[in-house]
Write a protein that binds this ligand. Sequence first.
Ligand code: ADE
Ligand code: ZN
Length: 326
Amino acid sequence: QDVDDLIRRLPKTELHLHIEGTLEPEMMFALAQRNGISLPYASVEALRAAYDFSNLQSFLDLYYAGAGVLQTRQDFYELTRAYLQRAHADNVVHVEIFFDPQTHTARGIPFATVLDGIRDALDEAGCTWGMSSRLILSFLRHLSEDEGFATLAEALPHLDRIDGFGLDSSELGHPPSKFAMLFARCHELGKPCVAHAGEEGPPEYVWEALELLKVCRIDHGVRSLEDPALVKRLAEGAVPLTVCPLSNVRLKVVDDLARHNLRQLLQAGLKAMVNSDDPAYFGGYLNANLLACRQSLDLSADEVVTLVNNSFEASWLPDVDKQRWL
Ligand code: ADE
Ligand code: ZN
């Protein structure tokens, strides 16, 4: 299939990826053994069988528990290195990845341990493959804004190694407005901001992310089509939507990939693209997401190129570097 070859061959970028969501069951078991932690699953197969989610929260419960095996700088380095190897194999040339420091500092893991391990692998990928990267500190929205401020205080000595800020975790009941002061502070620090919105939450949360958090991208945003005024705002502002199709299927945001609104988002003039979110939990990395969409939605070569170009345009690469890939 020509379009499938095109998907595999094209240089690509990944803009919506949680590094904790790349923890494959095999590595979870290996790290559990190395760190003397017992997992409530008998085998890798039993763990994988538990990846049968009914919504975002049922996934998050497992995802936060799984991250408990990550303890040392070496663990975070190996996790990130394994992801970057898979991304490189998919011809991904630039990544902008999230990390959730609160998931780890709440367990007594120092902020610097997490950051140093991830950065070791990102720097190595830059040297080895010329892969460029950005690292986004994502705040957990089920926690309080004060806890977010405490995490930001821990990040301050390391701001030269943090490229932007994000907002993730349980969306319903935790609107962006809860974090308006925190994001105002992030902007004062001169960093770009993004937020998950319109995944399970209503279009109103997308509005809040834009107007109150002043984000430069919306992570997911698939529910935006429910509000024509919002579609107009997103189109006029050329606001990128980092859509994650396999995630949406596995978390029951959509009931079937064939009924995903990816094409409708593009046809509405929105800067949508495809990303992998938490690939170890959702059944595939970037190429797998694009190939699944090609198959279920019958994407054309032009649509694939548009999705990939939207992704480069939405990245935080300087314009000269974007021109290399567009
Ligand atoms: N954290 C990791 N993956 C997430 C998702 N898809 N939505 C919200 N928070 C997340
Ligand atoms: Zn996400």
